[in-house]
Design a protein around this ligand. Structure first.
Ligand SMILES: CC(=O)SCCNC(=O)CCNC(=O)[C@H](O)C(C)(C)COP(=O)(O)OP(=O)(O)OC[C@H]1O[C@@H](n2cnc3c(N)ncnc32)[C@H](O)[C@@H]1OP(=O)(O)O
Ligand SMILES: CC(C)C(=O)C(=O)O
Ligand SMILES: [Mg+2]
Length: 512
């Protein structure tokens, strides 16, 4: 058996099924590029038959990613498979991923089909997909609640039809690690042609066991792990990429398998995702949480001071959390900035480095020390930002204890045209948002407003995340600035741009 585990990232497909994690095409491309430079083997870019927007995003990712395989998910129906192929066919390494449920519950109540019909559909789907490419993955949805002998039969049949990867999902996060490992061993022992395919697992986190089940399956012989950044995904999410990879790394002797991930890119990738979807990484999150390498109690601090290994089983550097001691400031040049960006895991073009360098100089004029977090905020502001239709040119706010309501005067660039307005509000943020909304001509409801200090000190950059909704469309926006009212205005305008972009994307994407 191979000693290489393939990392299949489904942040852009299953991850996007997580409530509130919708991404636009440009954001998906950013994530895909980050996954590519991190060394992910397969990127599942979406479900092309789901919508024209999904189709376009998958097609753009297929066109721009070179090193990884790009997979498109589809039901076991010819029209879905055709649409998936249409979206991924320009990829350097395309993969069709087709699936159908195999548990008695799903077959009877959801698909309303007999097992024999499901078997027939699975075979036909794989044969149809193999007409396009030899790289075909088949998933037996709800495998962990399926009858093992039926699962073995369908697995054997799809391999005979040409499937080269067979995925065993724990779709509803029901399996227990020992039991799931036993299922993988059972399939290896009872599927005649199993050596012709790679066994994959795809675990959900409903009982908090997604990573444990994935690791148990790898021990039992699975050689592809389907994962997402930060474990986002349908309901309680999927197995977290960074946790699976750091299990493999930290317990190398236990698992005795290799992977191709550059672990130093884990933290930047998860932070990028967190900014894009506007969901902060929980402080106690393994590997990437703020507390994952923090030591609070005296005995622990004493131990760490004497030897970090007493309480740290991996180093923060190994997951890309700390840069060097090089301090950036107003006197730093492009080389130092570029090197720092590299250390933080951002591989940027020369043009983007210039954007960051210019913004850093502007910030350094008002803030003495530029911390890693400040630089990351600049990257997200200047580089990973969708082209703006609305831009903030000027903001003045008056507020205080005088009894006069807070007032905001705003000048916005709207599609190249300058528009000005002043408005009142309950407080400075309310006044600012009211004014911006009136200039743009939208009045979305504000569902979330969150503010964090990115680094320490009163001159720290304030990072604001907002979520707005208009009818069925919602958008998250973020903004960073040493002035929290300006950061709030930037976040609100960013969300407005993304709301507008969503409408545009749906109408721009050509029909099949
Ligand atoms: C476990 C997972 O994560 S599965 C992936 C989940 N992702 C998605 O669902 C992507 C978003 N989905 C969509 O956009 C839509 O559901 C579509 C476009 C795929 C289908 O839309 P609709 O045609 O309106 O069907 P709808 O979603 O209401 O119902 C699903 C139909 O597909 C059938 N179906 C479900 N899974 C499969 C499958 N793997 N293979 C074949 N048929 C399937 C269902 O039985 C149902 O059929 P019916 O209409 O005969 O009852
Ligand atoms: C489509 C499959 C792989 C899936 O997401 C699941 O079963 O959870
Ligand atoms: Mg899933």
């Amino acid at each position: 058996m191979s000693d290489r585990v393939f990392i299949f990232d489904t942040t852009l497909r299953d991850g996007e099924q997580s409530p509130g994690a919708t991404m636009n095409q440009l954001e998906k491309l950013r994530i895909a590029r980050q996954l590519e430079s991190m060394g992910v083997d397969i990127i599942e870019a979406g479900f092309p038959a789901a919508s024209d927007g999904d189709f376009c995003s998958v097609r753009e990712i297929a066109r721009s990613v070179e090193k990884c395989q790009v997979a498109g998910l589809c039901r076991a129906v010819p029209s879905d498979i055709d649409r998936a192929w249409e979206a991924i066919r320009e990829a350097a390494h395309p993969r069709i991923h087709t699936f159908i449920a195999t548990s008695p519950l799903h077959m009877k109540h959801k698909l309303q089909k007999e097992p024999a019909q499901v078997l027939e559909m699975a075979q036909r789907a794989v044969r149809h997909a193999c007409g396009y490419t030899a790289n075909v993955e088949f998933s037996a949805e709800d495998a962990s609640r399926s009858e093992w002998d039926f699962l073995a039969r369908i697995t054997e049949a799809v391999i005979d039809c040409g499937a080269t990867t067979v995925n065993i999902p724990d779709t509803v996060g029901y399996a227990q690690p020992d039991e799931f490992a036993e299922l993988i061993r059972y399939l290896r022992a009872n599927v005649r042609n199993i050596d012709r395919a790679i066994i994959s697992v795809h675990c959900h986190n409903d009982l908090g066991l997604a990573v444990a089940n994935t690791m148990a399956a790898i021990r039992a012989g699975a050689r592809q792990a389907e994962v997402t950044l930060s474990g986002i995904g349908e309901r309680a999410g999927n197995a977290a990429l960074e946790e699976v990879v750091m299990n493999l790394n930290t317990r190398r002797n236990f698992f005795e398998v290799e992977h191709g991930i550059d672990t130093k890119m884990l933290f930047p990738a998860c932070r990028l995702l967190s900014h894009i979807i506007g969901q902060p990484i929980p402080p106690n999150k393994a590997v990437t949480g703020a507390n994952a390498f923090a030591h609070e109690s005296g005995i622990h601090q004493d131990g760490v001071l004497k030897d970090r290994r007493t309480y740290e089983i991996m180093t923060p550097e190994s997951v890309g959390r700390v840069g060097t001691d090089m301090v950036l400031g107003k006197h730093s040049g492009r080389h130092a900035i570029k090197r720092k960006l590299d250390e933080l895991g951002y591989r940027l073009s020369e043009e983007d480095v210039t954007l960051v360098a210019d913004a850093m100089k502007r910030l350094a004029d008002i803030k003495k020390t530029i911390y890693d977090e400040d630089l990351e905020a600049i990257v997200l502001e200047e580089v990973f930002r969708i082209p703006d239709r609305f831009r903030l040119n000027h903001l003045t706010v008056h507020s205080g204890t005088t009894g006069v309501p807070a007032t905001a005067a705003v000048i916005l660039d709207v599609n190249g045209e300058e528009r000005k307005l002043a408005q009142f509000g309950v407080g400075p943020v309310d006044a600012t948002f009211n004014t911006i909304a009136e200039i743009i001509g939208l009045k979305p409801s504000l569902e979330r407003f969150q503010i964090n200090a990115i680094s320490g000190g009163t001159d720290a950059l304030g990072e604001v995340t907002v979520k707005i909704r208009e009818g069925s469309r919602s958008a998250v926006g973020r903004g960073a600035d040493p002035d929290i009212i300006i950061a709030s205005a930037k976040a609100y305008i960013n969300a407005m741009n993304r709301l507008a972009k969503k409408t545009e994307e749906t109408s721009e994407c050509p029909a099949p």
